[in-house]
Design a protein around this ligand. Structure first.
Ligand SMILES: *[C@@H]1O[C@H](CO)[C@@H](O)[C@H](O)[C@H]1NC(C)=O
Ligand SMILES: *[C@@H]1O[C@H](CO)[C@@H](O)[C@H](O)[C@H]1NC(C)=O
Ligand SMILES: *[C@@H]1O[C@H](CO)[C@@H](O)[C@H](O)[C@H]1NC(C)=O
Ligand SMILES: *[C@@H]1O[C@H](CO)[C@@H](O)[C@H](O)[C@H]1NC(C)=O
Ligand SMILES: *[C@@H]1O[C@H](CO)[C@@H](O)[C@H](O)[C@H]1NC(C)=O
Ligand SMILES: *[C@@H]1O[C@H](CO)[C@@H](O)[C@H](O)[C@H]1NC(C)=O
Ligand SMILES: *[C@@H]1O[C@H](CO)[C@@H](O)[C@H](O)[C@H]1NC(C)=O
Length: 405
């Protein structure tokens, strides 16, 4: 080898070294560096344990260019069309670009592979109303990354979740990820009470609503759940209960007179009943981690669906971005029911309250198929300030509950 060649070789070796060092410096200061994040988190955890107990409900919304966690256009397999605001023609999507940063809590970035691996051989169950169904659909999209996932198995039949003859849909859905043997399911129970037909007619004209008895589905399948997330709330009004022909019962007999006449008392009574029952079940089901999700806030400008008042704000965080202070939950019913029990509160009320721009309201209602008799010209606009766009706020509820499993 000649001297000149050796010189060139030496030169490229030192150049490579310089590049390597530069690369390491870049990695060290970059946001993505896991080392930096973990050091940061250790410090956080330390300060959290030395000052106050971590409370996931306190913190702030921060912009995050890695959001959303999946595409609202692509996650067709799991998302209801009406909740996919991109399909429903909503024009603005700045609301998708935020994540919740709890104050002083260890909040790892959601990673679907890590999540599924942690949930190996486990079953996650959501039981509740349509907001619980939103959280279920959100978790399905998060766990698949919104990608088409033909390998995911429909195992509804294992839980009796099959569409009854003549019904619009089954009472729930159950899906299994074969690679990790993880099952995610949802069962519709708007009131978390047991519903028993009182008449032999089909459909039943009157249904007994046993406030002191959890839904049969929950009693029957509890032993198969590893994680359970409950919710209720928006069906507790006279109109809905009477419209469904639900008749309240306690101790197996019809509730009469002044007792539980106020519907809020009936709701409180039921939430306390189901929590007491579940807490007594925990020693028999040592694997089970149970959560009660607090109420999801609505943002109708004045009142409710009927009195109208659309939530037409599109500017994120115009109500503020932070929840601070030492106060408890806005949802005092759930907070007091789980107090002193083994059931954890999934407190999402205050942080969701800040996000009035993230409801499905304002989406253009696209008719599924043209109706024969209709000669409507304008596309009607959805006026729903209760349900959320997906991807959206329920993704955050899932991140918070996964961090607490
Ligand atoms: C899947 O997990 C369940 C427990 O949740 C277990 O009983 C079953 O054997 C597992 N199946 C496979 C194929 O690993
Ligand atoms: C999952 O279940 C299978 C079958 O029962 C078992 O072989 C495996 O070790 C389990 N894995 C975990 C992580 O529990
Ligand atoms: C339904 O059954 C209840 C109790 O069994 C009875 O009192 C009521 O009259 C029945 N209602 C109708 C509409 O058949
Ligand atoms: C239900 O039964 C319990 C225990 O027997 C009793 O304390 C309670 O007052 C009863 N409630 C109603 C509404 O009948
Ligand atoms: C939202 O609705 C209110 C009341 O209907 C109306 O006054 C306001 O102009 C609307 N704002 C936007 C941004 O559309
Ligand atoms: C929880 O229960 C304890 C003991 O009964 C009580 O002191 C505390 O005020 C309760 N907290 C809430 C938030 O209800
Ligand atoms: C269609 O328009 C005609 C004329 O304006 C009206 O009489 C009719 O009731 C409309 N039909 C429907 C289904 O709205």
């Amino acid at each position: 080898m000649s001297g000149g060649k050796r010189y060139i070789l030496k030169g490229s070796v030192s150049l490579a070294l310089v590049i390597l060092i530069l690369l390491m410096i870049t990695l060290l200061v970059s946001e993505e560096n896991p080392l930096r994040t973990s050091l940061f988190e250790v410090k956080r955890q330390f300060s959290a344990s030395s000052s106050s107990v971590c409370n996931f409900a306190k913190g702030k919304w921060v912009q995050d260019r890695k959001r959303p966690l999946y595409s609202g256009l692509e996650c067709k397999q799991w998302l209801s069309t009406m909740w996919s605001c991109r399909i429903m023609g909503r024009p603005d999507f700045s609301f998708e670009a935020y994540r919740w940063q709890p104050e002083g809590c260890n909040m790892p970035q959601f990673d679907r592979f890590t999540f599924l691996k942690r949930m190996q051989n486990k079953t996650i169950a959501f039981i509740g109303d349509s907001l619980g169904r939103q959280q279920f659909q959100s978790l399905m999209c998060m766990a698949t990354g919104g990608e088409d996932s033909p390998e995911v198995q429909n195992v509804g039949w294992e839980y009796g979740l099959v569409k009854p003859k003549g019904a619009l849909r089954p009472d729930g859905w159950a899906y299994r990820f074969p690679t990790t043997n993880t099952t995610i399911l949802y069962y519709w129970s708007a009131s978390l009470s047991d519903l028993v037909p009182m008449n032999n007619t089909d459909p039943p004209r009157v249904t007994a609503m046993h406030l002191d008895r959890p839904p049969a589905f929950m009693r029957n399948y509890l032993h198969r759940f590893d994680v359970l997330v409950l919710n209720t709330g928006h069906h507790w009004n006279r109109g809905k209960i009477e419209g469904n022909h639900w008749v309240m019962h306690v101790n197996g007999t019809r509730v009469e007179g002044e007792y539980l006449k106020d519907i809020r008392d009936a709701k409180d009574f039921t939430i306390h009943s189901v929590v007491t029952w579940l807490d007594a079940q925990l020693p028999l089901h040592p694997r089970l981690k149970a959560f009660f999700r607090t109420i999801s806030p609505r943002h109708f400008r004045n009142g409710d669906w009927n009195t109208g008042g659309n939530c037409n704000n599109t500017v994120p965080l115009s109500r503020g971005s932070e929840i601070t202070g030492d106060d408890g939950s806005v949802d005092t019913t759930v907070e007091s029911a789980v107090n002193g029990t083994g059931i954890k509160i999934l407190d999402i009320t205050a942080l969701s309250e800040l996000r009035d721009e993230a409801h499905i309201s304002g989406s253009k209602l696209k008719p599924r198929k043209p109706k024969k008799a209709s000669n409507e010209t304008a596309t009607p606009v959805v006026n729903d300030c209760l349900h959320w766009c997906l991807p959206g706020i329920p993704d955050t509820w899932n991140e918070l509950f996964i961090a607490q499993i």
